[in-house]
Design a protein around this ligand. Sequence first.
Ligand code: BTN
Length: 279
Amino acid sequence: MKFCADPSPLSVSAIQSALGLCSLGRDMHIHDEVLSTNTMALALVDSGANHGTIVLAEQQTAGRGRWGRSWFSPPKKNLYCSVILKEVYPKDRLSWIPLITGLAITQAIEELANLRPSLKWPNDILVGDRKLGGVLCESTPQGTRRRAIVVGFGINVNSRIEEFPEDLHLSSTTLAAETGRLYDRNHLAARILSNLEVHYERLRSQSLQEVRAPYLASCSTIGRQICIRLVNGEDIKGLALDIGRDGALRVAPSIEFPHAKKSGKEVMEIRSGEVVHVR
Ligand code: BTN
């Protein structure tokens, strides 16, 4: 990756020329400032945007994370991107979309930054235990005429940790902080999008193993003792065993854990939750 003392601004032509024949990114919108690229993308779906339309911004003033959190989105340093996917088949593989997006991101970083991030299920991008990026998928509401999935991802690229809010100092990291260099966000965006296209096409038309195997190879959750906070606020502790065909995390709950006794199940399949790696 080219070292740049003053990273270039985001540019449609720079990203599209690096994307070549990729079908994602033929329509691309870059904004100086938005509330959230996901919000912009959802609005674009409503006005008939094509499959593969990309929304990027130099800054988000109301960037959203999972679980209703906000996503720290300072200007001109990092990557905030949303992808409109309109042709998601087969339906039973839908929950793999956020997982393959995380995979596309970790692979792009490996290719460009000589760093090997891992994925915490479902799609947190980590270096060690610190968060480098995340993925937030949102769908247009049921019943709306134009259905699509918006895949939003944020990556901490050129920010310094000291620029982050203090409560994120120990839990976050950036590519620049990890490697001591600055990165061209246009190159990074193009790499991620072309990797995403490859995985997306595999997900649509090939054996699930084509995406599951590389995901498992990058996932640091499997084989770990974890604690999961479920959507209803309940916590489950146990050993992360595997990822199921539908993208669920398969967990062997701890014997001493009341939930395990209550459910009587040897393996629980978790479809949504916030994972903490315990050891
Ligand atoms: C997470 O909590 O880990 C997910 C973070 C997702 C942030 C990205 S930044 C681009 C897109 N727009 C948003 O408002 N959120 C996502």
